[in-house]
Ligand binder design. Structure first.
Ligand code: HEC
Length: 177
């Protein structure tokens, strides 16, 4: 009887210790526990994408002014470095340093910022989607994604897209737990 009680108590302690170490979200998910806060949080995508944005893109593509737009720049190291600086300055605060949607301001938004590593790795997302989204922001979809078209030049936006493709593509697979 005593041995069973001791074994039970030890079992309970192990469960509590594991839960504390790995974080509530590991077991119950972010919907119950809030943003995931386990030990791998820095490299784990935490995003919910705008379903309305993706449905719009699937059904109608990008709006007319953005249709057929392609990156005018060939990838190069200086361009990627310039894009990294711009991304760091304008995007990392929400989307996180590696595009995983976990920037320092991400908790304060109505909807968490998108996991850009996942976005640029998806075969369904073209550069037209990225250029349109960054230019126009989330006003149309009621999100906090800022509109950058008056703040950044087209060339700067393409430079950031070039950087995201170079740095984030394929990362989301490695980052998943
Ligand atoms: C104030 C926080 C904030 C900043 C700063 C910000 N974003 Fe966002 N971004 C969001 C949020 C929230 C979403 C999700 C809602 C949406 O799609 O409108 C988002 C979505 C996106 C998406 C859509 C991805 C997808 O697959 O749905 C792209 C692309 C994007 N952001 C790129 C950028 C880039 C590039 C920058 C910097 C130039 C930037 N964002 C700056 C908050 C931000």
């Amino acid at each position: 009887m005593l041995r069973m009680a001791v074994a039970g108590a030890i079992g309970a302690l192990v469960v509590i210790a594991v839960t504390l170490t790995l974080g509530c979200g590991t077991f119950l998910g972010p919907a119950v526990c809030g943003p995931w806060r386990g030990p791998f949080a820095a490299s784990t995508p935490v995003t919910v994408k705008s379903a309305a944005r993706h449905a719009f893109y699937r059904n109608s593509g990008v709006p007319a002014p953005y249709r057929g737009q392609t990156n005018p720049f060939r990838p190069s190291i200086p361009l990627v470095l310039a894009g990294a600086d711009l991304y760091d300055l304008r995007c990392a605060i929400c989307h996180g340093p590696m595009g995983l949607g976990n920037g320092v301001a991400s908790d304060k938004l109505r909807q968490r910022p998108a996991d850009l590593a996942g976005s640029v790795s998806s075969p369904d997302i073209g550069n037209d989607f990225l250029f349109w989204t960054i230019s126009e922001g989330g006003t149309q979809f009621g999100t906090d994604m800022p509109r950058f078209k008056h703040d950044l030049t087209d060339a700067q936006i393409w430079t950031i897209i070039g950087y995201m493709r170079a740095a984030f593509e394929g990362r989301e697979a490695n980052a998943s737990p």
